[in-house]
Ligand binder design. Sequence first.
Ligand code: PLP
Length: 379
Amino acid sequence: MINTTIQMVDLKAQYFQIKDEVNTAIQNVLNETSFINGGEVKEFAEGLKSFTGAKFVIPCANGTDALQIAMMALDFKLGDEVIVPTFTYVATVEVIALLGLVPVFIDIIPETFELDYSQLSSKLTDKTVGIVTVHLYGQCANMEFLLQFAEKHNLKVIEDAAQAIGAVSTFSNGKHAQAGTMGHIGTTSFFPSKNLGCFGDGGAIFTNDEGLAIKMQMIANHGQKKKYQHDVIGVNSRLDTLQAAILRVKLKYLGNYIEARNKVAELYDEGLRNVYDICIPVRSNNSSHVFNQYTLRVNPNDRDHLKLFLEKHGIPTMIYYPIPLHLQVAYRPFGFSPGDFPVSESLSKEVISLPIHTELDVEIQHFIISTIKKFYESK
Ligand SMILES: *Cc1c(COP(=O)(O)O)cnc(C)c1O
């Protein structure tokens, strides 16, 4: 047995590595007491701009708001249809429904968890206005294909990059671009367990279009450019100065964090590649992976037993996600039924995500790997 508590995500260990720097940054904000729109917010946005290569970065309160503000800025109208994968976190679909738009679900590709491009054409109607693609678990979808398809059909592309900040896409002309910076708008989240996590809620929006940037900045701030002059209907969605100060420190280490996560993934790959009935994460040809999650696919008959077995040995795991969104009670009114998206429905019974974080000990990883092997040997 291992003599420490194994965690899915170890926020404490990561904090202790940069404690002095973070504490100083927090203390500086406290000394200034400019808690809303303090200088750190702008500085962080600038830092994120140079890290990602996006022309414009608009910080906001969380990743869900980021998606909502994006769709408000694109002027999607009541009843417009937005194509979205059914196998994702609920936030992606929630904002579509909240704005009175219609989520048009689509299945995903089982190997890479990106949306199934072969189904796109059949989903088009004269009401289709956009596609939201989710870079699930930390790997970009095929943006080259999506952008070409969208241009041909006059659609907007929103990238939900909440799990993929720092992932790099490669295009066939050799060009590279980061997650969130390729579509018309990209969004991300700084929820503590994301790869660039703050100490509460936070989010950001990316775009290379100046008009959209100005509009989204306004929407995030009650629709005003000038105080008390409201030109569009907006929301209140700000990144706290405290969170921005923390994120500014952590952004310096994001490259290292991505590297650490890839090391963890490689060790899991090595240990589990040849285990009977396990499918390790498939790397896509056109994207690097930042491994917000390390997700295995196993036989659906084994999955819950494996989860329980690992739990008994002190190893936590998570199921991202146990129910595809088209089958969730809240989304039943959109008229989908079991069987509509067979790949997502099977995946929800096959996936299991292992502990992964920037401070995960090699010895603990070996213990996790050998415990998984023990499960399959004892079957
Ligand atoms: C975390 C996440 C979000 C939402 O982010 P919040 O900051 O929690 O609102 C949206 N989409 C995906 C895919 C996510 O993983």
